[in-house]
Design a protein around this ligand. Structure first.
Ligand code: SF4
Ligand code: FES
Length: 255
């Protein structure tokens, strides 16, 4: 089948125009290689021969290999594990390696994740996203002497935070969140999910530090329970429930 694959292309650093041999550089534009107006994002449609079981990632790889080698996108595992190929596909945040042509139809549009600066084409700058992730101390905090063997935990205690261990940090949730679009300083659902994973771990002793951080004006109170994050999560995590549990823990700590 033939698929129309529309891709939002954006290259903020245009290549310098080559001067013909002996041609004098007449002005500033020629000297710097910069165009007089900055480039704008623009849609490009590629006709791609596809199998219904192809994933959008397969189509992007095909376009890059056969039609335009300058197309840029991230991917690594190709199987829904690394979280690097989240993009806006037919107006929803999804992993390109998890969504198939037969689920989307013959007209497919692909754009970068909303709300993050674009580096090039479908590649966004994730440094702010990972900065927020680091801000919630996403690691085990326990100053007790190390036991001889592992730190034991009951099945019930392990189950308490099982859902939030599934996060692959793809950013689909945070960039689908209107509260994040309105206020990019909001720590966002992904960072709260990561904090939840440790706050409710019976072996961890850093819950108070994390709850203090998340009680900030750009913490959990920015959530308006819109549920976009839950719809976007490729791992099926009940993100809103996790956020509400963290909010309740903050309130319980105050009481
Ligand atoms: S919670 Fe889900 S959508 Fe958000 S970063 Fe983790 S895996 Fe991605
Ligand atoms: S390429 Fe790793 S999750 Fe899609």
């Amino acid at each position: 089948m033939n698929v129309d694959l529309r891709i939002l292309r954006y290259d903020p650093e245009p290549a310098k125009p080559a001067l013909a041999a002996g041609e004098p550089a007449a002005g500033a534009a020629e000297l710097t290689g910069l165009p007089s107006t900055p480039p704008k994002p623009h849609w490009v449609t590629y006709k791609v021969e596809a199998d219904p079981m192809d994933r959008v990632l397969d189509l992007l790889i095909k376009v890059k290999a056969e039609q335009d080698g300058s197309l840029s996108f991230r991917r690594s595992c190709g199987h829904g594990i690394c979280g690097s190929d989240a993009m806006l596909i037919n107006s929803r945040n999804r992993l390109a390696c998890r969504i198939r042509v037969d689920q989307l139809g013959k007209k497919i549009s692909v754009a970068p994740l909303p709300g993050l600066p674009v580096v090039k084409d479908l590649v966004v700058d994730m440094s702010g996203f990972f900065g927020k992730y680091r801000s919630v101390k996403p690691y085990l905090i326990n100053d007790q002497p190390e036991p001889e063997r592992e730190r034991l935990q009951s099945v019930k205690d392990r189950a308490r935070y099982d859902d939030t261990t599934k996060c692959i940090l793809c950013a689909a949730c945070t960039t689908a969140c209107p509260s994040f679009w309105a206020r990019p300083e909001y720590v966002g659902p992904a960072a709260i999910v990561q904090a939840h994973r440790f706050i409710f771990d019976s072996r961890d002793e850093g819950a108070d530090e994390r709850l203090e951080i998340l009680a900030d004006e750009d913490g959990v109170w920015r959530c308006r329970t819109i549920f976009n994050c839950v719809d976007a999560c490729p791992r099926g995590i009940n993100i809103t429930k996790a956020i509400l549990e963290v909010s309740s823990a903050i309130v319980g700590r105050r009481g």
